[in-house]
Ligand binder design. Structure first.
Ligand code: PHE
Length: 467
């Protein structure tokens, strides 16, 4: 057996802990916050359909690839790719793919922390009964007031970054398992409660229709965003799953594990969508409201049901936990790498990286108020501008980072990891890691990693460029 390596950073006690950790990473703001608002922006059913196709044809094979690469290498993604490439007689430059992923993860963390901070604020305002009996309009105004206030945003952003750094500095394996075991199921239960409420709004079917009604004319629009979001929601393309894979027990079956994670992640997103949209329609809100969608609809729901104050508070606590278990997985690849490279302590490395992300995150804080007019990537009549104040169109800082990561860096990273597992690693190595009983199933999965997933990403890329 070639693979008796162990990671210097630790190891999960069992396959279940890996499932918890990977699900913790996958289920986050992407499912509860981003998925519903993107569905709203891209018109509903067309987006959802494309999203599901991307998850199962592209996202899951790449997740599988990342996990098996991680477990085989047992180091941080950058060093894993370097070592495995050399072992397989390929160029050590493959590690650049992991380096790019690592940077993408830090960029995601920078804005993720700001949005997670919103839920911190909402825990407080929900808990103090501010939303009792609130109308859709009132909830919209409350959200507007929050995002207009850079100081309040900075406070919560800072706090969330500290929380993330704290867990990572202590080591993922020790601190996380117990809370995850309780919190993830509770999150599910509360989502179901919310779903129950949305059924009483009288607009459930309208919401359902919106989510699952297929509109052929919007498919192209949706597919580009859907591919990016499939990567985002599964946490693939950045090395987060790879680093978790490197702590996975040797004999755990990767295939069924990954399938479980993928299904859980999809279920949470769809449930969130089915819970939110009926409330959107009942309150006369716009489905295309954008990033504020969840923060406007949920207060309306919780402000108008029995025990809403308690349940709403609890719900935002859980959103926070979901975000937290995701954010640590964004930091871990870089921390593991720098610990290996610099031989400095985990605490020091974590502090430096969290600070860097915090600073970049300030750009997102300002995107919603003072810096809303600072536009990047502007295509206008007189050509392309990287930066222009007050330009029509273009993207503010938050939109730019989101676009750069989801639409470009994650798919590129995922593509590289799939090609690496499919074409650089020896077939025998992959077979050994996957350890599937049925040769037929192995061939099928291997073909998805080698051919289907890479072609899927490429098609979307070409479509994006020729838009
Ligand atoms: N999957 C997380 C979510 O849906 C986000 C994430 C992206 C986590 C990349 C880690 C790496 O919220």
């Amino acid at each position: 057996m070639a693979n008796d390596k162990v990671s210097i950073h630790g190891a999960w006690a069992s396959r279940w802990v890996f499932i918890l950790a990977a699900t913790g990473s996958a289920v986050g703001l992407g499912n509860i916050w981003k998925f519903p608002y993107m569905t709203g922006m891209y018109g509903g059913g067309a987006f959802v359909m494309m999203y599901l196709v991307c998850i199962f044809m592209v996202g899951l094979p790449i997740m599988l690839a990342e996990t098996l690469i991680g477990r085989r290498g047992r180091q941080s993604p950058v060093n894993t790719l370097k070592a495995l490439a050399i072992e397989s007689g390929a160029s050590p430059k493959w590690s650049w793919a992991a380096l790019m992923g690592m940077i993408a993860a830090l960029l995601i963390l920078s804005f993720y922390s700001v949005v997670a901070g919103w839920s911190l604020d909402y825990i407080l305002s929900m808990g103090s009964g501010q939303f009792a009996g609130v109308s859709a309009e009132g909830a919209g105004a409350a959200f507007g007031a929050l995002t207009a206030d850079p100081w309040r945003l900075t406070l919560w952003h800072t706090l969330f970054m500290l929380l993330t750094g704290f867990v990572i500095a202590r080591g993922v394996v020790a601190g996380l398992e117990r809370s995850l075991r309780i919190m993830m199921p509770l999150l599910f239960v509360l989502l179901l409660v919310l779903l129950g409420y949305s059924m009483t709004t009288g607009h459930f079917m309208q919401g359902f229709h919106f989510l699952f009604n297929f509109q052929p004319d919007r498919v192209l629009d949706g597919v580009l965003a859907a591919m990016g979001h499939a990567f985002f929601t599964l946490s693939v393309g950045v090395g987060a799953i790879m680093v978790y894979g490197s702590y996975m027990p040797k004999n755990a079956s990767i295939g069924s594990t990954i399938l479980t994670v993928g299904i859980l992640d999809t279920l949470v997103a769809l449930t969130a969508g089915m819970a939110l949209f009926p409330i959107v329609f009942a309150g006369g809100l716009e489905p295309s409201a954008g990033p504020g969608l969840m923060f406007v609809t949920l207060p309306v729901a919780f402000g108008n049901i029995a025990f809403g104050q308690v349940m709403g508070t609890l719900f935002f606590v859980l959103v926070l936990i979901a975000a937290w278990t995701s954010s640590i997985s964004m930091l871990e690849p870089a921390v593991a790498y720098l610990v290996e490279r610099s031989k400095r302590s985990r605490v020091l490395v974590t502090s430096v990286l969290a600070f860097v992300c915090w600073v970049i995150g300030m750009g997102t804080v300002l995107s919603f108020n003072l810096g809303a007019e600072a536009k990047f990537f502007v295509f206008s009549d007189d050509g392309f501008h990287l930066f222009q104040w007050g330009a029509e169109g273009g993207r503010n800082f938050f939109d730019s980072i989101d676009y750069l990561t989801s639409r470009i860096l994650l798919p590129l990273g995922g593509l590289s990891f799939a090609v690496f597992a499919g074409w650089v690693l020896k077939r025998e190595a992959v077979r050994e890691e996957l350890a599937m009983k049925s040769p037929l199933l192995f061939n099928l999965v291997y073909w998805f990693i080698r051919v289907v997933a890479p072609i899927g990403v490429l098609i979307v890329f070409v479509a994006e460029l020729s838009k």
